[in-house]
Design a protein around this ligand. Structure first.
Ligand SMILES: Cc1cc2nc3c(=O)[nH]c(=O)nc-3n(C[C@H](O)[C@H](O)[C@H](O)COP(=O)(O)O)c2cc1C
Length: 499
């Protein structure tokens, strides 16, 4: 794949500090009306091809003496402005990508969706105005904030985020329960949304406390105009017992409540699964056997975060106390993908439609979920962090990628990665890839040596004069720790050879 679709450390470094302002002053300041903010946003959301396509034919940045964009950049008020001119110049050498006709429309559980991108059930889709705004911006559907027969009493604060090396929201923890609107208010929201946006898809997420409530909620949501019902068997921090992930961890309860939901509706039913379990296939099979149409996964992972070692309190801190709460965002993506894989690899579930979620931020994340078999995608944490506008680069980035690979419809990539994930005993254990060092790119930092010595097989030494790494082939096991840690991308796996 061309560098436009691969990670690019040069521009990444420039744009990683961008504050992604709401009404970006850099754009307003540009005398040449360049969409500086959306170009940088596209780069941040791994849509470099989209960024390149937004550049004007002749880039005026070189001759623009005053650099008013950099002057206006609010990051300059914190430390240094984003080097906007350098970013524009760096990408101006790339060729534009032609966007051929690509169809993002996809069938999910028999429901036609204009694209696979839905808001997942949470605060991001919890009233009429929010969802209407998201629909206007291009989201194809919403899994509305979970609706129950009761309104929970919530705490403050209820969120906290894990950061690493100044990257916020590496992971996110919440202890919020279901909708804080009454059942009647929620029904009104759904009715109005369906009336005003008939082609958008409304997934009504519900949570009952007993069979009667599941049936009743399913019936009410169907009458309100929902297209799909999603059973929340997975919230990990409910205050009452026998609901949320208590259900998802128990296949008998999953079956009981799926059956009860089926009694109240003829619509497709999604069973939303908890990742707080070893084998998701077991409750997922119970749901499918009991009448579910598909699976939604994953809900949040039970977690404890940001423990203060002076007072031993952790976050979110409610008067000195916290509770185990749900972990979401970028950090959970590999875990979500493995659960989805496990269900798709299971004979009984391989044809069950899956709505995938957990850490989706960019079109690449989205494409990974689809390549593992999801026909539909849901997103919360990255919308909380960046707003509904992430849909721009999800759609544009996905279209450019699909078109560059010669696909005509997004459904063509669904499941494409599954044959390449095999049990560990099926992996080739008779060959090896030694690392290849690129001496032009190597900066002599010694990180490969250090990691190989302390965390590998002591197979690298450093030339004391040049600081260049030298491979000790006899000791190297081809683990590629060196290429993983190299900050200059100067180490790559070499050709695979017989051991
Ligand atoms: C603040 C917050 C509130 C949530 N509320 C609900 C909810 O009401 N019902 C539900 O099924 N999932 C809820 N979730 C879980 C999300 O729908 C989603 O499954 C999870 O966050 C993983 O996706 P993400 O990494 O894109 O956020 C919530 C998540 C967050 C962060």
């Amino acid at each position: 794949m061309s560098s436009l679709f691969y990670k690019d450390i040069s521009t990444n470094e420039y744009v990683s500090g961008c504050l992604l302002c709401d009404e970006a002053p850099c754009r307003k300041a540009c005398p040449h009306s360049i969409e500086v903010d959306t170009i940088i946003r596209s780069l941040r959301f791994e849509n470099k091809a989209g960024a390149v396509n937004k550049l004007p034919n002749l880039l005026p940045c070189d001759t623009c003496e005053e650099k008013p964009c950099k002057e206006a950049c609010l990051k300059g008020k914190i430390n240094e402005s984003v080097p906007i001119d350098k970013v524009m110049k760096a990408i101006s050498t790339e060729s534009r990508v032609k966007e051929n006709e690509v169809d993002l429309e996809i069938d999910f559980c028999g429901v036609k969706c204009e694209n696979p991108f839905f808001l997942s059930s949470s605060v991001v889709g919890s009233n009429y105005e929010m969802v209407a705004k998201a629909f206007e911006m291009g989201w194809a559907g919403v899994a509305f904030k979970t609706i129950g027969m009761f309104v929970p009493k919530e705490v403050s604060p209820r969120f906290t985020a894990l950061s690493k090396e100044n990257v916020p929201f590496v992971g996110f923890k919440n202890i919020e329960q279901i909708s804080d609107h009454t059942l009647e208010e929620n029904i009104e929201f759904l009715k109005r949304l369906k009336k005003d946006y008939p082609s958008k898809i409304i997934v009504a997420s519900i949570m009952g406390q007993n069979e009667e409530e599941w049936t009743k909620l399913a019936k009410l949501m169907t009458e309100a105009g929902a297209d799909i019902i999603e059973c929340n068997f997975s919230c990990p921090h409910m205050t009452s017992k026998g609901v949320g992930s208590d259900v998802g961890q128990n296949p008998d309860l999953v079956a009981l409540y799926t059956k009860a939901t089926r009694k109240g509706t003829n619509l497709p039913i999604l069973a939303k699964m908890t990742p707080n379990i070893g084998n998701m296939e077991i409750p997922a099979m119970a749901a499918m056997e009991a009448g579910a149409t598909g699976i939604a996964a994953i809900n949040t992972i039970k977690s404890i975060m940001n423990l203060n070692l002076e007072n031993f309190e952790s976050e979110p801190n409610v008067e000195g106390k916290t509770s185990v709460g749900g972990y979401s965002g970028k950090a959970v993506k590999p875990i979500a993908l493995r659960f989805i894989h496990d269900m798709k690899a299971c004979e009984e579930l391989k044809d069950a439609p899956i709505s995938g979620m957990g850490g989706i931020e960019t079109w690449k994340d989205a494409a990974e979920f689809m390549a593992l078999g999801c026909e539909n995608l849901q997103i919360t944490t990255s919308v909380m962090q960046y707003g509904y506008r992430i849909i721009d680069d999800l759609i544009n980035g996905m279209k450019l990628y699909l078109s560059s690979q010669g696909y005509k419809n997004i459904s063509e990539i669904v499941g494409s990665a599954l044959p390449n994930i095999v049990p560990t005993d099926k992996l080739d254990r008779d060959s090896i890839c030694y690392p290849r060092f690129d001496r032009q790119k190597c900066i002599g930092c010694g990180r490969c040596y250090l990691s190989c010595y302390d965390g590998g097989h002591q197979a690298i030494k450093v030339d004391i004069n040049t600081r260049m790494p030298i491979l000790l082939v006899d000791k190297c096991v081809g683990c590629q720790l060196c290429s993983t840690v190299c900050p200059a991308r100067a180490v790559e796996p070499g050709k695979r050879v017989k051991k």
